[in-house]
Design a protein around this ligand. Structure first.
Ligand SMILES: Nc1ncnc2c1ncn2[C@@H]1O[C@H](COP(=O)(O)OP(=O)(O)O)[C@@H](O)[C@H]1O
Ligand SMILES: [Mg+2]
Length: 264
């Protein structure tokens, strides 16, 4: 087994959209991240795998502003950034879907897409009385879903509680991918889903990738990871043990690296 680099075309011609160097994060005497680097290139699905406690969540929290690393560097499109809170990462187009679905069941699909960035009707009435531009948001929500290739959500006026688990996950992913996002981070998006719904979400991940939007996917599900990832970052004991591809390594190899039974 050999350590793999991204395809030559990546390194020769492309700047990573998101680049992390030597991230360290400690919690008292516990080392969450012990000098982790990562590159995310345009139009790729980068999976992050690793045993419980390996540092996956801490890593994505540092990438998305939910935790501030003790040391290390972060770059978005080559420019250094310092995220103090999730809003800072969002302002740079980095959107995260956390494991416990970030959707509001009672609201319809369009309202969920605009959650936290609601639009008022234009003019003084909207400004003064803060009247929501429901029609405008529904129209834009439809446009975004079409642009993202999300066909599983036909009617944006349906309350999310009436949707299937897979469709709800699609709403959460759409919300993260919409409105000019640069990076979508998904934490275990198929964990609570059945086979058919998981396949829908995996197809959605591929569609986003094919539209040029890079995706970071945290997953325990090896078949899902090997199905959809272009590269696989393996966390072990707070470090990156290896970055492999589904072409360079198989699932048994990946598990062996994850558990320390083998090195890349
Ligand atoms: N807020 C925290 N306080 C104390 N320890 C933490 C905290 N968050 C994570 N850790 C520790 O950091 C290590 C990495 O955890 P985590 O990133 O959650 O791993 P994973 O997501 O891979 O299961 C673990 O030892 C965990 O107990
Ligand atoms: Mg975790």
């Amino acid at each position: 087994m050999t350590m793999t680099e991204p395809a030559a075309s990546h390194t020769a011609t492309r700047e990573p959209i998101l680049k992390a160097r030597n991230l360290v994060k400690t919690f008292g005497r516990v080392v969450g991240l012990d000098g982790v680097s990562l590159d995310l290139y345009p139009g790729e699905v980068l999976a992050i795998i690793g045993d419980n406690g390996a540092g996956k969540s801490t890593l994505i929290k540092c990438l998305t502003g939910a935790e501030v690393p003790d040391s290390g560097e972060l770059f978005v499109s080559g420019k250094p950034v310092h995220f103090k809170r999730p809003q800072d990462a969002r302002a740079h187009g980095i959107e995260t879907v956390y494991q416990n679905l970030a959707v509001s069941p009672a609201l319809d699909v369009a309202s969920n897409l605009f959650l936290g960035r609601e639009e008022r009707i234009p003019g003084p009435v909207g400004k003064l009385f803060r009247v929501l531009d429901t029609k405008g948001m529904r129209r834009k929500a439809k446009e975004e879903l079409t642009r993202l290739g999300i066909s599983t959500l036909q009617d944006v006026t349906v309350p999310v509680e009436n949707l299937s688990g897979g469709q709800r996950q699609a709403v959460a992913v759409a919300r993260a991918a919409a409105f000019g996002s640069k990076v979508v981070v998904l934490d275990e998006p198929t964990a609570a889903l059945g086979v058919r719904e998981s396949n829908q979400v995996l197809q959605l991940v591929r569609d986003l990738r094919d539209r040029g939007l890079p995706v970071i996917l945290i997953s325990h599900n090896m078949p899902h990871v090997f199905d959809v990832a272009d590269r696989i970052h393996i966390q072990r004991l707070g470090k990156c043990a290896a970055t492999i591809t589904p072409q360079s390594h198989n699932m048994t190899d990946a598990v062996a690296i994850m558990t320390g039974a083998a090195t890349a």
